[in-house]
Design a protein around this ligand. Structure first.
Ligand code: NDP
Length: 477
């Protein structure tokens, strides 16, 4: 029999979206106690995707109690090799269902499918694989002969990398023997709920992972719950400060991964075309919704002209539009609120005298969009040089000497990441020793690996995620 041609299914059909989702508590999907729900939308079209249960304090309490029971009765007693088995299963199922996850993530978040397919989903699986490897080797991790888990971990995550942040939080916590209650962001709950389905598929014991969807109040209820032993938060510095106050004096362990205003420093001896690719990746990846985005370009004065010229030429080739189109480079902004913030800061940039430029770019009529934008002539006092914009907006500053580059790079309340572009290895090391940033990339940008610890200084938070260091946050050491 001859093969019949079957057209490829529309990408959107690859992800099954239910009309309504419950909370994931004690291994089951359940409605909120008071029946409240909220709508999650597709930011590229403003169309509703699903109704999602909004967890109130009673639901958070139920989830924490379920996690505690699972900790006491099952998970903390299970040998590390047993926990590893479940983590490996989750990792493999994530790989098997990668297309479904990638499509769902792009629909709910607005990020280009090329990024969800090539970055978010594979890295999420890699985090489970990596931490599965640690689960039966914790006594060799350098935290003493018998490190203990803490109990129930309360985890609150943002909307910029919904699945990946869930993996960053859950995998180390579970490997170390803790049980979890996770609160995804209100605008991007769907991939976490699909991950809950994966937990069921992997036959993870009920209560080991609980997912409570809702708004900021749900996160606050989780932070305040007395049954939680550890809080892990990724999000804005403002909410991070509130959480730190709420947790002070309670004995709860805390890690905070907050905002950033990273300097991407280009010296005159750098390979300029390669540096331009790194600048583009640093600020336009994920529409600039990246805590470690290279949002301040510091370029040596002698090459500033050619770098900005090549950058503009490259920016003119970026394709903005449908997140499910594999050729799209820049997708939708995640929410109206975030779009308003980007517009407000960009207007402040112009009002304060910086030169604004975007390539000619037709924005779709519906949805939330912002053209890739570069500001030149930026000074250190401008708001666009100081505040986290969290959008596809780059501020260009110049320097003359390496010392000036360090001073300018460190002139920020944040300290999460930085990039250095130069041909000289000795200069890379010299810079890395002086930059007050948790991560310094050399001749590359936005590279992530589960074995490599990630985290900040000062207003970027404290504690590390990933690697051996990341395990410490989930162990009683
Ligand atoms: P938030 O810090 O408000 O959100 C992060 C997470 O915390 C979400 O799950 C949120 O829920 C939850 N949350 C909100 N308020 C509380 C609270 N009082 N107690 C506990 N949890 C809470 O970030 P936004 O989404 O509002 O973004 C605002 C700005 O923050 C952005 O413009 C950007 O500059 C920065 N940001 C930085 C991130 C980073 O990775 N560094 C990530 C996200 C944002 P809900 O989503 O329902 O509000």
């Amino acid at each position: 029999m001859a093969w019949e041609y079957a057209p490829a299914p529309e990408s959107a059909d690859l992800a099954r979206i239910e009309p309504a989702y419950g909370l994931f508590v004690d291994g089951k999907f359940v409605p909120a106690a008071d029946g409240r729900t909220f709508t999650t939308i597709n930011p590229a079209s403003e169309e509703p995707l699903a109704e999602v249960a909004a967890a109130g304090p009673a639901d958070v309490d139920r989830a924490v109690k379920s996690a505690r029971a699972a900790f006491d009765e099952v998970w903390s007693r299970m040998p590390g090799g047993g926990r590893a088995k479940y983590l490996y299963r989750i990792a493999r199922i994530l790989q098997e269902r990668a297309r479904e996850f990638a499509v769902l993530e792009s629909l709910d978040n607005g990020k280009p499918i090329r990024e969800s397919r090539d970055v978010d989903v594979p890295l999420a699986a890699a985090h489970f694989f990596y931490h599965a490897g640690w689960a039966d080797k914790l006594e060799y991790a350098g935290f003493g002969p018998a490190p203990h888990p803490l109990g129930v971990a309360g985890q609150v995550i943002p909307w910029n990398f919904p699945l990946l942040m869930a993996a960053w939080k859950l995998a180390p916590a579970l490997a170390a023997g803790n049980t979890c209650v996770l609160k995804p962001a209100e605008t991007t709950p769907l991939s976490a709920l699909l991950l809950a389905e994966v937990c069921q598929q992997a036959e993870l014991p009920p209560g080991v992972v609980n997912i409570v969807t809702g708004a900021g109040e749900t996160g606050a209820s989780l932070v305040d719950h007395p049954g939680v032993a550890k809080i892990a938060f990724t999000g804005s510095t403002e909410v991070g400060k509130q959480i730190r106050k709420a947790v002070a004096g309670t004995g709860k362990k805390l890690t905070l991964e907050l905002g950033g205003k990273a300097a991407n420093v280009v010296f005159d001896d750098a390979p300029l075309d390669q540096a331009v690719e790194g600048i583009v990746n640093g600020i336009f990846f994920n529409q600039g919704h990246v805590c470690c985005a290279g949002s301040r370009l510091l370029v040596q004065e002698s090459v500033a002209g050619p770098v900005v010229e090549r950058l503009k030429r490259r920016m003119a080739t970026l394709r903005l539009g449908d997140p499910l189109d594999k050729n799209t480079d820049i997708g939708a902004i995640n929410s109206r609120q975030q779009l308003d913030k980007i517009m407000e800061l960009s207007e402040a940039g112009e009002a304060q005298g910086a030169g604004r430029w975007s390539p000619p770019c037709q924005l779709p009529e519906r949805g939330y969009w912002f053209a890739p934008t570069v500001f030149t002539g930026v000074s250190q006092s401008h708001r666009i040089a100081r505040e986290e914009i969290f959008g596809p907006v780059l501020s260009v500053l110049t320097f003359r000497t390496p010392e000036e580059a360090v001073t300018k790079a460190n002139n920020t309340p944040y300290g999460l990441s930085a990039g250095v572009w130069t041909e000289k290895g000795s200069r890379i090391l010299w810079m890395a020793q002086r930059l007050r940033a948790g991560v310094v990339w050399a001749n590359t940008y936005n590279r992530f690996d589960p074995a490599s610890p990630f985290g900040g200084y000062r207003e970027s938070g404290f504690g590390r995620e990933g690697g051996r260091h990341g395990l410490e946050a989930y162990l009683d050491v």
